[in-house]
Design a protein around this ligand. Sequence first.
Ligand code: GL4
Length: 839
Amino acid sequence: IQEPQLQGQDTGMQCEDDRTGIGVETLKRAFLDNLFYVQGKFPALATKHDYYMALAYTVRDRLLQRWVNTAAIYTQQGSRTVAYLSAEFLMGPHLGNNLINLGIYNQVQQAMTELKLDLKELLAKEEEPGLGNGGLGRLAACYLDSLASLEIPTLGYGIRYEFGIFDQLIRNGWQVEKTDKWLRYGNPWEIARPEWAVSVKFGGRTEAHKNAQGRYRVRWIPHKVVLGIPYDTPILGYKVNTANTLRLWKAEAPESFDFEAFNRGNYYGAVDQKVTSENLTKVLYPNDETYEGKQLRLEQQYFFVSCALQDMLRIMLRQKLPLEQFHEKFAVQLNDTHPAIAVAELMRLLLDEHDMDWEPAWEITQKTFGYTNHTLLPEALEKWSLKLFSSLLPRHLEIIYEINWRFLEQVRHKFGTDEGRIGRLSLIDENDGKFVRMAHLACVGSHKINGVAALHSELLQKTTLLDFYEFFPEKFTNITNGVTPRRWIVLSNPKLTNLITSCIGDNWIKHLEDVQRIETYAEDPGFQQEWQQIKRENKVNVAEILLDRTGVKVDPDSLFDIQVKRIHQYKRQHLNILHAITLYNQIKQNPNLDITPRTLIFAGKAAPGYYIAKLIIKLINSVAEVVNKDPDIGDRLKVVFLPDYNVKNSQPIYPAADLSEQISTAGKEASGTGNMKFAMNGALTIGTLDGTNIEIRNAVGAENFFLFGLTTEDVGALRLTGYRPREYYKENPQLKQAIDQIASGYFSHGDRSLFKPLVDLLLDKDPFMLMADYQPYIDCQQQVSQTYRDRDRWLQMSILNTARMGKFSSDRAIREYCQQIWKVQPVPVQLAAEKTGDG
Ligand code: GL4
């Protein structure tokens, strides 16, 4: 496929249009024009934020032609389209990414410099749309980037939360949550499309009636109706003309006033309905991997799914396509079970609103959906009580019963009456109260089911979804996650990008497998020298950020040992802290100890209701306080917790890491994606055989990866034979000392009660087996320290890590989804001007 030429690439200034041209002079003129006409400011009175807005609009202008053209071509060609349904899209700031994908970063930087502005400062002004919790939401964002870059027609459908994931403050070592008012100063990247609003029903009852052919149909008489208003954001591909759409839905009341109430003189009551309707999309639930069973959450899920499916039906009708072709027009992916209600909703729309019969509707539905599972943790498996479900979605419950009845008939047909199996497969859980099992609905209603790493997909088939695997093995597949090199290398690590490009050209940005070509330089002293220099500069940058945000001064020449991710027991940030305490004790016992100086950096949010995770944050900060101010320790060890981890704050982190901590209990981390971002940027990994760590280790070579710990089988076996965590503690003096210090108040000003819940948990139950993995982890860290002292060896390993990470581009993952699940082809977009040749 030939790469389409970018419009406006000719920077001959005279003929450039102010809204599309990309010459420096044109950009400056357009920028000042937007500052005046959009922000209503002269440069003299403009704030940094005004400048950011003017620049954002200048860049948006340059996207619009591509966006409008893309939509026109998809409509003309009736292109098969991926609809990615996700309750979370953790997009991160748009401006920098759009500059990269438009290929105008350097011109814009120069234009800003000539206007005496600093592009970096303006980029920092963007409020990121934090519409996700962590890996799952960020994966959706990486996938949108790859889909656009691969020219695949795509609609991302989700929720326009007014408040995204909370901002994290650290006060006295504790996490404090602050609402994320990301829309406060306006969002230049979205365009509201009220003309495409849809109505979504809730509650009420159903009744039977006969259609024109005298067949029984069901009508749903809802208790309330909410309007869904779409807000569109363009998602530009890398150096292509494709600009896809992220369509997020906001809930509004159908009428600003309830006129009946108003006429009764109840003005406040009338406005009340508006308030409750708009609550629906107010705030993102801040839990990663635990569901809460809250009514509002089910309302959110159904709301955005119904909006999305109605929108797809509108598109089909506009393109004059018969609804029997729904599955040919759309490949709909369910990002975990959050949108799984889509299976019942598409059935309802086809049956009740478009008068289709059950069998064809069911065939279309199954051919439409694919389901991605993202976790095996039992607390994350969504199930809704029948009471709640029937009161909110009475018609959907009827449909689910019918799906279930037909499905279990097939099960009986295949396996005979095996009531145990039938109970395990049923869409209704009747073990302890009655619940709708959303993962079961997703499995039965989809033609493909995938896990997100080889191990995870294998475990899905062997454990959580075993019965489904036995019933329809052909539905199951694996697609290992990937991340976009545009944001996670090019934008985050410009220096490394330039070095790589100067050696092998820039093809690797679109085809990351190509980065392998730097392998030949892995032992080249000149290249190693430059590699080291870049890493050092990136570390200096992070050292400045740490000083600014935490007041802690760290040594850029120390080993930067980094763990950034949501705080969760299974991710074992507390194992990392046990290592910190161990190093601290070693130095205290031997003040002249010649150890490899380390800086341990942590960042991540805890779910506000997750008490132990919040206590882990407090522990990290408490240990940091003691270690960092101890004069015996000096520069040999520092511990820092960087507050408010989000996409924006993470971008400088990955390029500055020497060591990436991926230390989850084996079998618990479905994939991980931070592990990929680190390794791509030349960090070495210390990790367990979990999630994608396994595949990263296979790719970079076992000799370039620090492996430790129990395997998934070991974990299972140990659990079976009776795991006694206290034994490890009793028998290991270093471990005992560390735990005793925590318990004795050594890190909490003598307070023995503070960390007691954590200590008791570790010694009595230790559900994530830190005690068993402690010594292997400490030994492995010792090896890390040794290796770091061999500069040439370390650099070679670092270069080989980057060189061999090609597989982990989200472009590869998306190609696999396209071939194995969606059966979609690229649809290249040419700009109108190119087609007529007059541009
Ligand atoms: C997660 C997994 O925990 C994580 O390992 C994975 O990388 C990510 C994307 O597939 O999905 N599942 C949930 S739930 N949250 C995640 O981050």
